[in-house]
Structures are given as structure tokens and as C-alpha cells.
Design a protein around this ligand. Structure first.
Ligand SMILES: C[S@@+](CC[C@H](N)C(=O)[O-])C[C@H]1O[C@@H](n2cnc3c(N)ncnc32)[C@H](O)[C@@H]1O
Length: 266
């Protein structure tokens, strides 16, 4: 599709969308009644979901800061979401001003916001790709316009893979995204789990699926499998609350069923 065609992609307000439901959980204003209704169904099943969204965001802040402080200068963030400050580029460019960031998402509302947001960022350092993670080759091809694949890249799929069903082979997708990345590259993941309350999470998944989102929660072992071939950064796969709490900005405790981890490509 051309850029003009993309801009004309209508925002479908007849069905709930995961990006807008997430915005609702975070207290944002970029959601419609259909999203609020589905989001409230999730709240009634799992009242801590708003805390879960904040806990996830704060993990993204800590992980991005840690990687920028350890010298990573390029970031590819897929399933970016509607901009919520601070965004990843603001965090990492606050540490490394010339860090390059490519965002990708498949939701037209994220595209609209990204265009406005990127207008205010430094030319050439931050880019946005309208793309679906289930077509990793297309996102990688577009990312090459901004990122140097001979140098390490931090790939983040934060709160994304629980929106990709097994039939779409998320393990293969992660492998295809990592394959062209240089040694020293990283993978940052977070993922909802039903390990502690399978019945509730089966019902939460149903709310998303009814709206057309192919949601799926996964076990600790399934989540850990996404890091196959990588070296896990300390403390490995843990609940979000347990991932580098000393870096501050933590939100939510061990009641939040969100696995997180960062892996390193040798
Ligand atoms: C729960 S939000 C997470 C946003 C952000 N990564 C964060 O953690 O704060 C999930 C995002 O993934 C996007 N998404 C869902 N399925 C996708 C797909 N197949 N390809 C690309 N993006 C997708 C949604 O549009 C939404 O913006």
C-alpha cells in the first residue's frame, strides 16, 4: 500500500482494538466506546489489569534504559502502541542522543499518532513502519532504511506476542527477526500468563478473541522458549516485579502475571 493509501486506512470503531484497549487501561484518551466496553469486561474479570499495563510500561522503561546504558545504540520496537510518554525513543535518546529507533505497529490509529509524534523528533533518528509482525521480512526491509544491521540492535516485542496465536508461529517469527541481527543484539520481551489463574485468563483471552484479536496467554516454559539460542541477561525470565527492581520506576508486585526477559545474541 502507498503512504497515501495507508493514511487513508480507516480506523475501525465497530470492533475493539488491542492498542486502544491498552490505551484505556493506561488512562489515555485515544479509545472509543467499543474499546472501553471490551476493556471494562477485562477489568471485571481481572481488576488489576490497569496496574498490569503500567507494570509493563515501567518494565519497558527499565529494560530500554539498561540497554542504552550498556551501549546499545539502535532499537527496533514492534507493537509500539499509541504513544504514551515517555516513549522508548525519549528514554534511549535521553541517554544516547544519536540512538536510532524504528517503531512498528499494525494499527492505523498508531500510524496517525506516530506521524504527529515523529514530526517533533530529530530527523532521521526515529522512524515508524506500518507493518504486521506476522510479516517480519517486510518490517526488517523497512527498518534497514534507518538502522545499520552490521551493528547491534535491541529488538523489543513488549506485550506483543500474547496477541499472536500459535497458528501464526510466534517462535518462527522471533527467529526470523533475530536472524539478520548482528552479534551483541538483544531481545526484550514481556508476555501475559495464565499460569497463576488459568480460568480467569481463558475468559480474558475470549474477550479479545471475540473482538477479532488472536490473543493467547502462555506458560513460563513457552515464554522462555522465545529466547532459544540467546543468553538471558540477569535475572533471566521472571515476573516483571522481579526484573531489576533496583533500577526504580517499578509498578505492581508479584500479583501481576506478566513474564519478562531480555536475551543477548552472541
Ligand atoms: C498491548 S499493546 C503494547 C504496546 C507497547 N509495546 C507497550 O508495551 O507499552 C500491543 C500493541 O501491539 C500491536 N499489535 C497487535 N498485533 C500486532 C501485529 N500482528 N503486528 C504488529 N503490531 C501488533 C497493537 O496494535 C498494540 O499497539
Amino acid at each position: 500500500m502507498t503512504d497515501a493509501g495507508l493514511r487513508a486506512t480507516p480506523i475501525d470503531t465497530s470492533k475493539p482494538h488491542s492498542a486502544r484497549m491498552y490505551d484505556y487501561f493506561l488512562g489515555g484518551k485515544d479509545n472509543y466506546p467499543v474499546d472501553a466496553e471490551a476493556a471494562e469486561q477485562v477489568v471485571s474479570l481481572f481488576p488489576a489489569v490497569r496496574d498490569m499495563a503500567r507494570t509493563n510500561r515501567r518494565f519497558m522503561h527499565r529494560a530500554s534504559r539498561l540497554l542504552a546504558e550498556r551501549g546499545v545504540r539502535q532499537f527496533l520496537d514492534i507493537g509500539t502502541g499509541i504513544p504514551t510518554e515517555p516513549n522508548l525513543h525519549q528514554i534511549v535518546q535521553g541517554i544516547v542522543p544519536d540512538a536510532r529507533v524504528v517503531y512498528a505497529d499494525n494499527d492505523p490509529i498508531v500510524l496517525r499518532h506516530a506521524e504527529a509524534l515523529l514530526h517533533s523528533t530529530r530527523e532521521g533518528r526515529t522512524a515508524y513502519v506500518h507493518g504486521d509482525v506476522r510479516e517480519p521480512g517486510r518490517i526488517l526491509a523497512a527498518a534497514r532504511e534507518t538502522l545499520d544491521f552490521a551493528q547491534p540492535i535491541a529488538l523489543s516485542l513488549v506485550a506483543l506476542l500474547h496477541l499472536v496465536a500459535d497458528e501464526d508461529e510466534p517462535g518462527r517469527i522471533v527467529g526470523e527477526l533475530l536472524e539478520p541481527l548482528a552479534p551483541g543484539s538483544c531481545l526484550t520481551l514481556s508476555h501475559a500468563t495464565g499460569d497463576f489463574d488459568p480460568e480467569t485468563w481463558e475468559r480474558v483471552v475470549e474477550v479479545y478473541r471475540k473482538g477479532g484479536t488472536p490473543a493467547q496467554v502462555r506458560s513460563r516454559d513457552e515464554f522462555t522458549g522465545f529466547f532459544t539460542g540467546l543468553e538471558l541477561v540477569d535475572p533471566g525470565v521472571v515476573l516483571a516485579a522481579e526484573w531489576h527492581p533496583e533500577l526504580g520506576e517499578r509498578h505492581g508486585g508479584e500479583e501481576i502475571p506478566l513474564y519478562v526477559g531480555v536475551g543477548h545474541k552472541r
